[in-house]
Design a protein around this ligand. Structure first.
Ligand SMILES: NC(=O)C1=CN([C@@H]2O[C@H](COP(=O)(O)OP(=O)(O)OC[C@H]3O[C@@H](n4cnc5c(N)ncnc54)[C@H](O)[C@@H]3O)[C@@H](O)[C@H]2O)C=CC1
Ligand SMILES: O=C(O)C(=O)Cc1ccc(O)cc1
Length: 375
């Protein structure tokens, strides 16, 4: 499929069906790029709200979209895509759901049964989102620098495939082509199981005391951010990928059982030999896993150095630090802020390349910034 690409341009109009977080963000991005964006949601109020928020305009009689983007929850994507193939015979129809194989199958089966042209359908998945749902949270820059997965079916035409790639490029994303079942296996690891683990972890906090929660630091915030996600959407995403999620959860459960036994015996006067080693191995295996997550430019995370700088919690101080870096021509690869409990000081975790790290350290010393560690 990737080998035979037609010369085709994304010109619009583009119809977005499902004006929520993702549909709204896509509409805003395409609108900024000058395309005519049409909006439709099953909720007429949401359609109007999306138009008022700048996602696009309502569909008028005679509109003939070049592309239809289905951004509804996954359980209705296939039927909405089939209806769009029927309603707009000239349009390429995409969906953006977080699972691909069942939707591709639903579209292929439905198209065969209804005599529709499945070559105009192609699956996609923008690998960016937020833990908040709805068009009010939409942002035109949501997909910039993120992966945009294009997932053709065996029926997808070169034209539909090319248009889907152009959409990813227009969104400022990096386009990746993957087959449906490979995609679903991948997202089970990198998105679906992390969502479940984050939710289960955060659910333990419902029995923690107020005093305990008052001590929450960045580690807890990092591991529970996506626990704020919408249950109605996620039950549909996870159910559609159940067969791939279950074995990973089973392995995770076995790891947790082993660790639980180790901790139980550590509480004894005479702990079972090997308990400490088991715990150490679990933490070390985590080190190995996290080192495999690619960094900002697609290289290994270990290609960056993270320097922690103490920043006074006062207006303009963070900007002063970044200005000092800019003045020394040190490129910022990533930045994370952490506030220390009860102190008028924040921790700025500044990531730079290993090549830039000595210059950053020298600059901090020269300009009087206190460093709280380097990783
Ligand atoms: N939330 C995220 O971070 C990401 C979500 N996705 C995928 O994007 C899709 C949309 O997710 P969100 O924008 O987060 O959800 P959302 O809940 O913010 O928006 C979904 C919208 O679809 C509308 N809708 C529902 N059924 C409809 C139908 N039959 N016809 C027309 N409109 C309908 C709803 O009224 C709602 O406005 C899902 O398939 C999801 O898997 C993909 C990447 C990231
Ligand atoms: O919030 C985050 O960090 C995400 O990774 C969001 C996300 C949620 C669902 C997807 O299908 C893709 C991306």
């Amino acid at each position: 499929m990737g080998a035979s690409r037609e010369a085709v341009a994304l010109e619009g109009p583009v119809l977005v069906i499902g004006a929520g977080l993702i549909g709204g963000s896509i509409g805003m991005a395409l609108g900024h790029a000058g395309l005519d964006v049409l909006v439709r949601d099953s909720s007429p109020g949401t359609t109007r709200l999306a138009c008022e928020l700048g996602v696009g305009r309502e569909v008028r009689e005679g509109d003939e979209p070049q592309m239809v983007i289905v951004a509804t929850p996954p359980d209705v994507c296939a039927s909405v895509a089939l209806d769009a193939l029927e309603e707009f015979p000239g349009a390429c129809v995409l969906d953006v759901a977080s699972v691909k194989q069942p939707i591709a199958q639903g579209v292929l089966d439905g198209a065969a049964a209804r005599g529709l042209d499945a070559s105009r359908y192609v699956g996609t998945h923008p690998m960016a989102g937020r833990e908040v749902a709805g068009v009010v949270a939409a942002r035109g820059d949501l997909f910039r620098g993120r992966a945009f997965v294009v997932v053709p079916t065996p029926a997808t035409s070169p034209r539909s495939f090319a248009l889907a790639r152009l959409l990813g490029v227009e969104l400022g994303a990096t386009v990746v082509e993957i087959e449906p079942d490979v995609h679903d296996e991948a997202v089970a690891y990198v998105s679906h199981v992390p969502q479940i683990v984050s939710s289960v972890l955060a659910s333990r906090l419902t029995v923690a005391s107020e005093a305990a929660l008052g001590l929450s630091g960045q580690g807890l915030r990092d591991t529970t951010r996506i626990a704020a996600s919408d249950p109605r959407l996620w039950v549909e995403i996870l159910s559609a990928n159940a067969g791939r999620i279950a074995p990973i959860l089973k392995a995770l459960g076995e790891d947790l059982d082993g660790l639980t036994r180790a901790f139980e015996t550590l509480d004894d006067m005479d702990p079972q030999p090997g308990s400490r080693a088991r715990i150490a191995r679990a933490i070390a295996a985590g080190n190995d896993g996290v080192a495999r997550i690619p960094g900002k430019h697609g290289g290994g995370a270990e290609s960056f150095c993270r320097v922690t700088v103490l920043v006074p919690d006062e207006p303009g101080e963070l900007a002063r630090l970044l200005t000092h870096m800019g003045e020394e021509n040190i490129n910022l690869e990533d930045l994370r802020l952490e506030h220390s409990l009860g102190q008028r000081m924040g921790l700025a975790h500044v990531s730079v390349t290993r090549v830039d790290e000595p210059r950053l350290t020298a600059m901090l010393e020269k300009r009087g910034w206190a460093r709280a560690g380097t990783e």
